[in-house]
Every structure is written in C-alpha cells, then in structure tokens.
Design a protein around this ligand. Structure first.
Ligand code: RIB
Length: 323
C-alpha cells in the first residue's frame, strides 16, 4: 500500500495534469431518490422522506466528473423530450460537458428508483427508457466523437451492441477503452477483447470469472485477472479502497476518511477520475490516487452529479490533507 502522504502528492500531481480529451458513451438517468432509515427487506414497506429527482446515469456521472476535473469531455447518449431530459441536459451543460452527441427522442428519459439509508448505502433499480435507443448505427454516426478522444469510457447501462461498436471504433483508432462492468450483464468475449482497462467490484469480478475470488489472496487475484485476459484492472472495494492490477503488479489505494451521507455515484466519479488521469498519460495507480480522493468526496453530499466537487474544491481538500 502507498502511504497517505504519497497518495495525496500523487493525486495533486495527477489533478494538475488533467486536460486531455475524454469521450463517454452510454446512460443518462433521472435518479428518483428517497432517504430512509434503513433499506426495506423484500416484501417490506418502510417510511421515507420526500422523493427528489437528481441528475444521474453512470455514463453521465462519469462525464460530469471528467469535465469538472478539467478534461475536455464529450458524451454520446439519448434523452427523452421530457422534463427529465431538460434537467439532465442542464446538469451536463453546467458541468461543461460537450453534449453535441446527445439526441432527444420520443421515449421517456432513462430513470432510476434509488433508496438511500442512514449509513449512505443504496439500492438502485434502473429503467433504460431513451438509453435503449443508443444502438450500433447511432454510435457509428457519432464515431468522430470517439476517435477525437484519447480515451473512451463505457459501462453496461447502454445496449450491448452500442457498447461493442463504440469499443471497436475506439480500439481501431488507437483510443484506449475503459469498461466498468456494471450493471452485471452477460457480455460477449468479442467485447471484452476490445477493452484495455477493466473496472470491477468484487461481485462483478466473480461473475466475470465464474467463481468467487479471495481478494486478500493476491496470487489468486492476479491469476483470476490473467485468466480473463486483462493486464490492467481496477478492483473497487467500497470502504476498503481499491486494488490496482497493472501488468502483474498490485497496488492498494485506500479511501480518504470523510463523513459519508450517500454513496450514489461515487463509483462513477472514481471511473471519471481514472479516465481523466489516463487520458493525461498518468499510470493506472497514479489515476487511482486521484480517484480515491474524488470518489470519497462524492459521498459527503446527496446524489450523484449533485455530490461532485469541482477541481478547485478537490485541490483545496488535498492541500488540507498535507497540513
Ligand atoms: O452509479 C450510480 C448511478 O447508477 C445512478 O446515478 C443511477 O442513475 C444509476 O445509473
């Protein structure tokens, strides 16, 4: 494990280098969010607070993070011609994301039902809506947005044919492809072969590898990743930080201690930070140092995009850590 002084210094360096172009393709959702004391068990009713509609969607969250950190960011996706669509577009525009690759359509905008408990944990149910209309043809028509970037961020909330086509266009153009294996979906080998960097949690890794992996056993972990054919993997471990596997080397990066209110979108801010750092030429473990800070900070406010900090705020937070 790197020591915390090193992590802060690395995160500061990485943050100052961000600026290279990033493209994200995928989901944009209105998050209908309610806070409860604890999450309901199956069949149970619990009492919650007011329902708030917040801007979310894994891909949109990643793009907003990149842009707030200073990367020139473009997003490819679809929104409905509805009030959720207006809210979501407004959030992207305010964050400075280039939204020329976003189409409005007759389907309702994508949405989620999110329950957040007193400890900041959540459950999320996703309804694709307009996101389902992003297909391979759509992606091909927007291919210039992919080939003009240094790196492409993908997740599995978008239809698989669109994800694979975007990955192929990027791969063929020498643009690095980063896949967040979430939400868990069966994916074809042909897609995995196009991925340079995989971001997974422990559960997703078990599904991908077809067996539970003891992540405390680094040899077992290295083997599992090699068997999947990946050289670069980031394993996110929630409150236990992340493990970066890069060409057989494993680095553990802890989280920053903060007062957590809501973990929604923290993983997306982790991925957005990594995308921005890799685009700037930083290594995976360097990027994970910044990602640890940015994603920890994303848990101290409610929601996904509404919880993200600007580059200046992240910089101030990091400099306070060294005092
Ligand atoms: O990762 C959090 C995101 O997942 C939420 O914003 C929600 O929209 C779902 O896509």
């Amino acid at each position: 494990m790197k020591n915390s002084k090193d992590i802060v210094a690395t995160a500061q360096q990485v943050l100052s280098s961000i600026g290279a172009p990033v493209t994200v393709m995928g989901s944009i959702n209105a998050d209908l969010t309610v806070e409860t004391e604890r999450l309901p068990r199956p069949g149970e009713t619990v009492i919650g607070g007011p329902v708030v509609t917040l801007p979310g969607g894994k891909s949109a969250n990643q793009a907003v993070t990149c842009s707030l950190l200073g990367a020139k960011t473009k997003l490819i996706g679809a929104l409905g011609n509805d009030s959720h669509g207006d809210l979501l577009l407004d959030s992207l525009n305010k964050a400075g994301v280039d939204t020329a690759g976003i189409r409005r359509c007759e389907e309702p905008s994508g949405s989620t039902m999110i329950t957040v408990d007193a400890a900041g944990e959540n459950t999320i149910v996703y309804s694709a809506g307009a996101n389902a209309l992003v297909n391979a043809d759509f992606v091909r028509e927007e291919s210039q947005i992919i080939t003009s970037a240094k790196i492409l961020g993908l997740c599995l909330e978008a239809p698989l044919d669109a994800v694979e086509e975007a990955a192929r266009i990027a791969h063929d153009a020498g643009v690095q492809v980063v896949l967040n294996f979430s939400p868990i979906t069966q994916v074809p080998e042909s897609l995995l072969k196009l991925v340079d960097v995989l971001i997974v949690n422990q559960h997703e890794l078990a599904v991908l590898g077809g067996q539970e992996i003891d992540v405390t056993n680094l040899d077992e972990l290295r083997k599992a990743v090699a068997d999947l054919g990946f050289e670069q993997v980031v394993l996110t471990l929630g409150g236990s930080g992340s493990l970066v596997l890069d060409s057989g080397e494993v680095t553990r990066i802890p989280i920053f201690e903060v007062d957590t209110v809501d973990t929604t979108g923290a993983g997306d801010s982790f991925m957005g930070s990594l995308l921005s750092a890799l685009a700037a030429g930083c290594s995976l473990s360097e990027g994970a140092c910044l990602a640890a800070a940015v994603s920890s900070l994303a848990t101290v406010r409610m929601g996904a995009q509404s919880s993200y900090w600007s580059a200046r705020e992240v910089r101030d937070f990091l400099s306070q850590q060294t005092r």
